[in-house]
Write a protein that binds this ligand. Sequence first.
Ligand code: PLP
Length: 485
Amino acid sequence: MKATTSQDLLRRLPKVDDALGFPSAATALALLPRDYVVSIVRTSIDTVRDRILSRSTEDAPACDFDPAAQVESEMDLQIARAMRPSLRSVINATGIIVHTNLGRSPLAEEAVAAVDAVARGYSTLEYDVHAHRRGSRHNHVEQLICVLTGAEAAMVVNNNAAAVLMVLSEFAKGGQAVVSRGELIEIGGSFRIPDIMALSGAEMVEVGTTNKTHLADYERAIGERTALLLKVHPSNYQLVGFSENVRAADLVALGHPRDIPVYEDQGSGTLFHLDIDGAREEPTVSDSLKQGCDLVSFSGDKLLGGPQAGIVVGSEGYIDRLKKNPLARAMRIDKLSLAALESTLRICLDRARAFSEIPTLRMLKATAAELEAPAKRLTDTIRTALDEHGLSKMATVCTLQEASKTGGGSLPLCDLPTWCAAVALETGDVDDLEAHLASRTEPPVIARISHDQVLFDVRTILDEKDFATIAHGIVVYLEELKAHE
Ligand SMILES: *Cc1c(COP(=O)(O)O)cnc(C)c1O
């Protein structure tokens, strides 16, 4: 039975030429290249064909399934998608501050203005106006970074993964780099220390065990070909219990008499002691330098709260070698990121300003007491919207105390006490509501689910104007649900 039914449905699928006559295609043809619209039409037909082929016999009877209407609504969806920017802003209601999938750190206003100014015209990117000749893009931030970290010299590249690759390539290519087994981390997005090591041409020498590595383990591994001692800050996880690793200072004491440089990949790399309740104190970049590390690298968009960038600090001789490495050209930072970075670093010159103006730092320091009132306002906004649309019986909205995460491979195990608006549904499915808010609300709202409730964590909602968008998204979802009942 099913076979004939599917055959019948497949026969009723519109042809490409017919589908091009549908109203949404006509609108799209006026605005997009014809080939592009044709490919959208094809994809839409294919999607519906797949849907027909994967139908099971328990599905609604075939007479309810109109292939042409299905293609038309699929086309509407795909064309709407093609007409608006794919990369656009979202409302982050997850409570995860440095959310890699959502673009990590929002920039400070002043940094945004700096990007805007440089983006609109020509700039001093590689031009020294005082000397009246070619300059270097490193010069804009090197001194600032040195002042903020106590380093002798600094350079900046595209991101910290690039910095790690460049350091390994410059100092350990063809030789050996010694690293603890407890620090062979994966950051996510396919960044794994062993893979980067292989790519750099350095031979990795693993020492110790997963939970414990002693100084003697490093000592035994050192030989003729040892080129670098590598320490990786395991930013996205934490060994607890029976564990031990070697301090940078001890690696320095081991390496320096043998002329072996010590490099620490700090990952999140904070400039300030964060003093967050319940969080292990992260070493600052200057702490690692004070311990004697020759080189330290860290990200621009994690705990620094700036743009995507990789910052390497260390002694002048080593940084000079990095600046001359051919990879430096391939991995150089672009002017927009550089503008944002310089501005963020300038703000950091004043600690109090940094914690009030840099969104990542401000969100990290927001206390539960400060977040309770906004969470109640969000709850009220949602409740009022549901009331106004006669939907109050379909959902329960309350304010509850919860925990936010730092995210982005920083401060593992650190739960920041926070407040959320929570929505539980009388009918319907919270996963559906969460998906609806992400895919059908504009801007998309990214929430999280806990105990059969959709949670909106106010810690990471940057503007209270977004409360209305969230409430509206929930209203639209419930109205559609009601219409189908
Ligand atoms: C995040 C991280 C990286 C990668 O940094 P990106 O700036 O994302 O390229 C490298 N090492 C560690 C330890 C990290 O936490």
